[in-house]
Design a protein around this ligand. Sequence first.
Ligand SMILES: *Cc1c(COP(=O)(O)O)cnc(C)c1O
Length: 421
Amino acid sequence: MVMTATESGTSASRSFGPAVALSCRECGERYDLGPRFACDFCFGPLEIAYEFGEVSRESIGRGPNNIWRYAGLLPVPDSVAELPNMNPGLTPLVRADRLAAEVGLRSLHIKDDSANPTHSFKDRVVAMAVEAARTFGFTTLSCSSTGNLAGAVGAAAARAGFRSCVFIPAGLEEGKVVMAAVYGGRLVAIDGNYDDVNRFCSELIGDPAGEDWGFVNVNLRPYYAEGSKTLAYEIAEQLGWRLPEQIIVPIASGSQLTKVDKGFRDLIKVGLVEDRPYKIFGAQATGCSPVAQAWENGHEVVQPVKPDTIAKSLAIGNPADGPYVLDVCNRTGGSVAHVSDAEIVDSIKLLARTEGIFAETAGGVTTGVLRKLVAEGTLDPQAETVVLNTGDGLKTLNAVDAGVTATIKPSLDAFKDAGLL
Ligand SMILES: *Cc1c(COP(=O)(O)O)cnc(C)c1O
């Protein structure tokens, strides 16, 4: 659809497709679309508000084989598919019959986001932030990252022609460090945990030095966060335009989980799927489980914790969207659960052994929570269930102790003698 400036009103409305405003998630105050992320009145987080035009299954089906097929439901310009970007999405929804049988479910799919360009779900959110950064004229892309985001920003900045400078906590997995550094931007490790990195970035944004910097998950967060809705859109389309009945989503800041819910509600609102109930379940590692603890204790506020887990991509001790996650899981009839590091490793191996999918630790967390919730009777074994794998095991190799079965001399006798037949 091509509109002239007069037809569409302001130029901002054309730059952001169906998005019309930023609105405060706490008090509902509205703002023009811009690089702001907090309400001036109540300091609540801002999110994108839309006026959707006509979107049909056919128009989506004719779109590109990536997230831009859903451009009519996202804060992006009509020209988005022609701009240089990473084009993530349309990752496989894998039918997981062997894992289903092993844990005791009738119907299970894995949404495998390790298939994205930088091998994690983060390419989806960064793609949105890059379009916003272009519109706002930022020249440097930045982020505070638990690992995967740094790589996604580095790659997207390289392709779209931005400088990049990304911040990670010191001591991340080698796979994530190399993946973040290889694209040629600056990679800075901060001596502290993710929450320290995040605090540092907030300071930098307030300083003139950070003036033309787009921090994808801070001052561009409202745009960034919308990228997670594409997981919901794809799952529904890949199931034949149907919502799953149960879905298990990992929680770091909690943004992804709340936007998967927003995505499902968008689809109902525009009439692309039938309005039927779905339950959203959140998954954390025991060593960083502030949202699961709040859920267990029936609290509405989330008490920050100091992370200590191998699931480093989910290690956010003070999750920004924690209270909203509690709301979503409560409203949909889901829950929030956690699994230990040993269960994470076990579940990575289970997923690999049954379905041939090598997940990073975050996928071990969701698979572990799946197993736990089926065993304790929280999940309905008859209901259509989807589990998210949000990252690639090649980035967290040290988490698993897999190795060769045996080392032998190159002779048939040696092979037979080793008892391997
Ligand atoms: C960032 C990340 C998530 C979820 O992040 P949220 O902050 O909760 O949106 C999930 N899995 C992996 C592998 C990630 O890197």
